[in-house]
Design a protein around this ligand. Structure first.
Ligand code: GDP
Length: 329
């Protein structure tokens, strides 16, 4: 791809993928795009000026190996007409989030260029799944992405009140570590202003198990958000119903939803000490006798365990870290 030519082309953001069609948002318009065979991207240097029907001098294997755009990617496009175009360049990513997949041993990239993660944990009759929440927070931390917490279905806490004190103690503990925490209810509107201000002007990745109330909360915060994504592709593919991520413009920001994701991967960060995913443990990791090789289980001179015993690190968060460590490839 001719990079000088590319520089003059308009830049948009990929917000959905339907099989081989990428929906690109460009100045408030949606353009259905296909990937130009010799699309320029940061990993595979380009060498040919034209796109349509050519393979840019690359073998089929090389083409398959080239990184493909994902939701959140910034791309340059060459318009075919007012509604369709070719993606001619994939711009470098700031970050990316992957999920585990049996057909992709190194993980499948879900989304890129995320400003923040909003990790959901639902309240209700049973003990909230704090370990799951910690996993999401660690993932964001290891990727260097800021995170905030939504305690969803907060109206249920009034119904099942005996848990309220324990929940508010946990919420305070997260705040002390530095995470914003919003108790929100799609039903009563509790926390709506705070949640809206967390989302303002940012591209936010929502992480939470299916059923925690992500969709309901977004609908409550932005009643028209569904309408804004109800476009169909000119290339004929229907609405995507797989577990692909999808970016929705909301207000002056965007949210990336990841339906059906059961396991998130820590690709790229898997050789880091898992305690680095837990902010309050970071200062202690390097003080362990075995340094960053310490697994914080039975090693002598473990500074993280000592900090847990001294009450400087919460025992529950420590157990979350050990679970995460056990789960690594
Ligand atoms: P998602 O899978 O995370 O998008 O979850 P949904 O938004 O689809 O919600 C799952 C279920 O939880 C639905 O039955 C909702 O009615 C219910 N729900 C969602 N938000 C709330 C809430 O704030 N309070 C209560 N009590 N129920 C909620």
């Amino acid at each position: 791809m001719n990079t000088d030519l590319n520089r003059t082309r308009p830049m948009g953001v990929v917000y959905r993928r339907n099989i081989s069609v990428f929906l690109v948002r460009l100045e408030e318009k949606t353009i259905s795009c296909r990937l130009a065979p010799d699309c320029a991207n940061p990993a595979v240097p380009a060498n040919r000026p034209s796109i349509a029907g050519r393979h840019g001098g690359k073998s089929r294997k090389e083409l398959r190996a080239a990184p493909e755009p994902v939701v959140g990617d910034r791309v340059r496009i060459e318009r075919i007409d007012s509604e369709t175009g070719w993606i001619t360049e994939l711009l470098p990513r700031r970050n990316q989030i992957s999920r585990r997949a049996s057909d992709a041993p190194s993980g499948k990239i879900l989304a890129a260029n995320i400003d923040q993660v909003l990790a959901f944990c639902a309240l209700g009759r049973f003990e909230p799944e704090w370990h799951q929440l910690d996993r999401f927070l660690a993932l964001a931390e290891l990727e260097g992405i800021p995170a905030a917490i939504i305690l969803s279905k907060a109206d249920l806490l009034q119904e099942y009140g005996r848990q309220a004190d324990a929940v508010s103690a946990e919420a305070d503990a997260y705040r002390r570590i530095g995470y914003p925490v919003v108790a929100a209810s799609a039903r009563t509107g509790l926390g709506a202003d705070e949640a809206r201000s967390l989302l303002r002007g940012k591209t936010t990745l929502l992480l939470g198990k299916s059923g925690v109330g992500k969709t309901s909360l977004l609908n409550a915060l932005f009643p028209d958000w569904r309408l804004r994504v109800a476009e169909t592709s000119r290339f004929g593919e229907g609405r995507c119903t797989t577990s692909n991520a999808e970016l929705h413009p909301v207000g002056d920001g965007a949210v990336v939803d990841t339906p059906g994701i059961r396991r998130l991967a820590l690709w790229g960060a898997e050789d880091l000490n898992p305690a680095f995913g837990f902010r309050e443990m970071q200062p202690f990791v390097g003080l362990c006798r075995f340094g960053v090789d310490c697994r914080h289980t039975e090693e002598p001179g473990c500074a993280v365990r000592r900090a847990v015993e001294a009450g400087r690190i919460g025992a529950r968060r420590f157990r979350s870290m050990l679970h995460l460590a056990e789960d690594r490839p």
